[in-house]
Design a protein around this ligand. Sequence first.
Ligand code: AKG
Ligand code: FE2
Length: 287
Amino acid sequence: MVVASPTKLHSEEHLAIELPTVDLSGDRSMVSNLIVKACEEYGFFKVKNHGVPHDIIAQMEKESFNFFAKPFDEKQKVEPAKPFGYGCKNIGFNGDMGEVEYLLLNINPLSIAERSKTISNDPAKFRLNHYPPMPLLCKDEDSSPCNQNKVGFGEHSDPQILTILRSNDVGGLQISLNDGAWVPVTPDPATFWVNVGDLLQAMTNGRFVSVRHKALTNSSKSRMSMAYFAGPPPNARITVPPEMITPTKPALYKPFTWAEFKKAAYAMRLGDRRLGLFRMEGDEQVA
Ligand SMILES: O=C(O)CCC(=O)C(=O)O
Ligand SMILES: [Fe+2]
């Protein structure tokens, strides 16, 4: 893995960074070390040689495009996304909007939970996001060229343990570094991205970072992303292994259950820092 030092691009807010890539066919202990480092540094990494057959992914992408190409009335015949179904522009329940339409699906219960003690199928969420092409926005009323991509999915972190994300070959995803700079993620349809979610940040006492990210639309091409959100069972208590709590690194968060966290998250806006609600008393940090 090579992580190049950041270099400024022409646009002030974007950094060109080579994000960590983990080759899952590599030596297991090396793979683990790379994953830990990536989760600490970025909360985000790419996996290659993941073993999911290309033709299955291609078929899923084709079926997803077929669904979103249907007339709006027809798509609306699917249940509204509460919690599973079709949604358009409205993201969540608190007024967040984006240039995205999506399908939230439940996952075959046998597929994941049988293989994992931590990840639950209760309910497991799979999300298809479709970002139709959108004309560029103009910055000001003056004569400067129109060069701003519209936001498809606004800035947020994912609440679960981790997310496995994949898109077609159209760019748009950006991740935020600790200092707030945005890094565009180069699309790579043969690979998956893994995002650390809020729960994993809490479970590691802040050692792994829940990556903030957003997706912009493209001006001429449709973008399609697929995300699997891995969460625990609702009554799971989110705790930190004792060895991760030390005098110099005291517990950052009060214990909570996933059900409590979800309830709090559903009452907040997409971009709110939910973990802030569970910080230990007297800790003035936001998340
Ligand atoms: O479309 C993307 O690449 C990101 C989507 C996303 O962040 C989400 O569904 O939570
Ligand atoms: Fe996300």
